[in-house]
Design a protein around this ligand. Structure first.
Ligand code: NAP
Ligand code: ZN
Length: 347
């Protein structure tokens, strides 16, 4: 075991503070990564505050991780010391179930091991995430990161990026498609950039009028402030795909009405509370309501390569570890442009 430092919540809803803990020795199939940046995802906040149910403490959150490989196991052939690498939301999967064999190991039917707030496949060893100096993980669950991108904006791709990329690909975003993104936060702004790069016509549906200029600057073609009921009404029957990234339990009904014929509203926002849906609104024009959860390792690599090709990174505010608690409050208040990233040198 090797001692490392991180920032942890010791109890549900507790403040994050410096904490020393152990990482396992590098096994034959493992790599060790010295973490440089770790993004703050709203999912971190949901889990620290137990908004998704009972969680495991102490909790070192963080599943948007980028850093350099410092050690490789003897059987690892896909990484070498010095490579830039990333880790996202999960660090292990069975590799043998139907979904893993399809390359969808984010939907492993046996044991997707989450990067933190989970246990390893042995069912007892807790996992600790990216708000830390170092992490040891199986090399086949680690991603290659291009040296061509601004590294400070890369970490959020590992969760926010792939979580919007996967449904945009699955529901065929591209030229001729009318895509809307609900909520312009960490996920939402990546959705705008990626959907625009795919060639879709992109509309932002935001409850923050102050984000209009930023939305248009990052590639949206249209901005609708959702508190303007007439503007939302004017958009009725128009979208092919809506990606709902909103972290709060809002009324989806007015948004479902903006779907056109065969349109799909995909929920990726995870407020932890059920939505109330009128099936009648779905029957109209054969609309669909769907969901999507992160992306598999293969698809995450595809997304990273797509972002490298298109020069896409997250818009970030780099903070020191001592600012994490304040950053959490600002994320909840929708006051983030557009992702907080921790400089782990400050841990
Ligand atoms: P975020 O940065 O906080 O963005 C959420 C956005 O939702 C806010 O910026 C805001 O956008 C909007 N919003 C927040 N409160 C609202 C309210 N009361 N009414 C209307 N709009 C509101 O969060 P994030 O990191 O992007 O994550 C978004 C959600 O996705 C979270 O619930 C997170 O847990 C979930 N998530 C899911 C997956 C998955 O695999 N499905 C992966 C990662 C995250 P505007 O100001 O523009 O309205
Ligand atoms: Zn996340």
């Amino acid at each position: 075991m090797t001692t490392t430092r991180g920032y942890a919540a010791q109890t549900a809803g507790g403040k994050l503070e410096a904490w020393e803990f152990e990482r396992r020795e590098v096994g034959v199939n493992d790599v060790s990564i010295d973490i440089e940046y770790a993004g703050i995802c709203h999912s971190d906040i949901h889990q620290v505050r137990e908004e998704w149910g009972p969680a495991i403490f102490p909790m070192v959150p963080g599943h948007e991780i980028v850093g350099r490989i410092v050690e490789v196991g003897s059987a690892v052939s896909n990484f070498k010391v010095g490579d830039l690498a990333g880790i996202g939301c999960f660090v292990d999967s069975c590799g043998e179930c139907k979904n893993c064999k399809l390359g969808k190991n984010n939907y492993c039917l046996t044991h997707t091991t989450w990067t933190y707030n989970a246990t390893e496949a042995d069912g007892t060893t807790p996992t600790y995430g990216g708000y830390s100096k170092n992490i040891v993980a199986k090399a086949d669950h680690v991603l290659h990161v291009s040296e061509s991108l601004d590294i400070t904006g890369v970490a959020p791709l590992l969760c926010a990026g792939v979580t919007v990329y996967s449904p945009l690909r699955h529901w065929n975003a591209g030229p001729g498609k009318n895509v809307a993104v609900m909520g312009l936060g960490g996920l939402g702004h990546m959705g705008v950039k990626i959907a625009a790069a795919m060639g879709a016509h992109v509309t932002v549906l935001s409850h923050s009028e102050s984000k209009r200029d930023d939305a248009l600057a990052m590639g949206a073609h249209t901005f609708i402030c959702t508190s303007d009921a007439s503007a939302l009404k004017a958009a009725q029957n128009s979208f092919d795909i809506i990606i709902n990234t909103v972290s709060a339990d809002i009324d989806l009904q007015p948004f479902i009405r903006t779907l056109g014929m065969w349109g799909t509203l995909v929920c990726v926002g995870a407020p932890g509370k059920p939505y109330s849906i009128d099936g009648g609104e779905l029957m109209t024009q054969q609309r669909s309501l769907a969901g999507s959860g992160i992306g598999g390792i293969q698809e995450t690599q595809e997304m990273l390569d797509f972002c490298a090709e298109h020069g896409i990174v997250s818009e970030v505010e780099v903070i020191s570890a001592s600012q994490i608690n304040e950053a959490y409050d600002r994320v909840v208040a929708s006051d983030v442009r557009f992702r907080f990233v921790i400089d782990t040198a400050t841990i």
